[in-house]
Design a protein around this ligand. Sequence first.
Ligand code: ADP
Length: 254
Amino acid sequence: AEETLRQGEKMQAIGQITGGIAHDFNNLLQVFMTGVGLLRRPGLSDEIHAPVLDAMDYAVESAAALISRLLTFARKQALRPEVFDLNARIAHIRELLTATLGASVSLQTDCAADLWPAIADPNQLDISILNLTVNARDAMLPDGGALILRTYNVSLEATFERPAGDYVCLAIEDSGSGMSPAVLARAFEPFFTTKTEGKGTGLGLAQVYGFAKQSGGDVAIESAPGKGTIVLFHLPRPTAATLIREAKQEEKMA
Ligand code: ADP
């Protein structure tokens, strides 16, 4: 749990850094747009032309440098997939989730007893669950409500996001405000947030989406205003071959 807490703090730091980058990027865009506006003016003199172009050049180069810094930062987060038990993972971070939710939200769990193992990076999963929990908490402000975590086995048909097969599902259901169709359509977009400045980074669901896809699973949201929100998170069940390989690896380590 301590490790998760550190990861959570790290995520917050990442949020602040990327939030700052977004802010700087916007400022540079402003410079560029102002330049475009100026250059469009008819009869602009040559003395003004050159410095305006210089400023635009500077803005574009700075923006490119910012993005490349952001990308090297993002690439560092290599995934380390493992076979693990989702129920045990939830039990492991339960206290952290309760603390995150605060006294006005009750946390309920409904975990399938015969749950298949899942394969993914468990530390990244903790961060995803934490991000989803923070969103649920925020959606239930100020009165609080209930957050239900459910786990179960599902065999799914193929979609364009992931292949057909066996998946372990984590369903996270809150009794909060829900999302309008317009918000739902953009919810996974990086930097999209409806929260006031400083409260949201718009990176929570982007992390959840990226992690689900990189793990070979997917994530879907069912939500409507006043009806609360259900996030369905699917992680692949390891194949028999993977399980045998893991067992042999463990034997070798022992
Ligand atoms: P952030 O939480 O920083 O705003 P996210 O990417 O996690 O960024 O979420 C994007 C937006 O999606 C939120 O600002 C909010 O409008 C909406 N949202 C996410 N989760 C929920 C939820 N459980 N209930 C209602 N709205 C939500």
